[in-house]
Design a protein around this ligand. Sequence first.
Ligand code: ATP
Ligand code: MG
Length: 269
Amino acid sequence: MNEIISIKDIDFSYGKHEIFKNFSLDVEKGDFITIIGPNGSGKSTLVRILLGLEKTTGEIYVNSLRMNKQNIREIMSKIGVVLENPDDQFVAETVMHEISFSLENMQVESSEIRKRVNKIAEFVGIEELLEKEPHSLSGGQKQLVSLASALAINPDVLILDEAFTMLDVETKEKIYKKIKYLNETENLTILNVSHDTEDTLNGNKILVLDNGKVILYGPKEEVLLEEKKFNNLGLALPFMAELSIKLKYYDLIDDLIFDMDEMVNKLWK
Ligand SMILES: Nc1ncnc2c1ncn2[C@@H]1O[C@H](COP(=O)(O)OP(=O)(O)OP(=O)(O)O)[C@@H](O)[C@H]1O
Ligand SMILES: [Mg+2]
């Protein structure tokens, strides 16, 4: 196993409200995991714990390094984070400076910073926003700037918590293609918390949480067969998974098919 993150036996409570009890989870390098679960199931708390923002018992390892107060900065320098409300994360007066902020802190050379900021702005599609003030942007634009800042540090792990909720359908699709490309070509590990189960099709694995417990965790091709468990949690299966399960029931296909064209080709034969 090639784990980049390993959570071992953690307990965590908000006051008397227990959220996690003996919680463990391994993330393999290069995984693109979509984390889903009902409201209040602990998804954002798990993210906060991974960012070292909450104190827990048990152990958390990132790149084989046990997370503690002394190394948290070093660990975080390789983790890019985008949360739902990017406003809370903005620190600079221009988008350009916002994206370069972490690089300056890491003492990257200024010509290298300029190059990297321009490259990342082009990659995310926000070149024309570079001179703007972050707080003046639309919700979706803010989410794109926040993604650019997260990617600028060349992270090993990208953690997204409802990070694309304000993007229009077309932009969201484009951005998923981009991060999938980084996942495939640079082995970027991605943890993507989303309440939209359609998003699960973008990654290779799915983690379903309920009440701080792992209900399902594994390759999407296996997890998405568990229609009953999804329904019990009030979660919808992605359309293509639901359709596949129905067609599979009537022996029209053997495995789940997530791509519409592929499905049409298969049925047409
Ligand atoms: N700062 C806090 N103080 C006390 N309780 C909290 C705090 N933040 C979250 N909780 C509680 O912890 C539980 C898990 O919340 P969390 O935000 O992790 O859920 P979530 O899965 O991210 O939900 P959502 O889908 O609504 O974003 C909830 O019962 C919530 O009420
Ligand atoms: Mg949340």
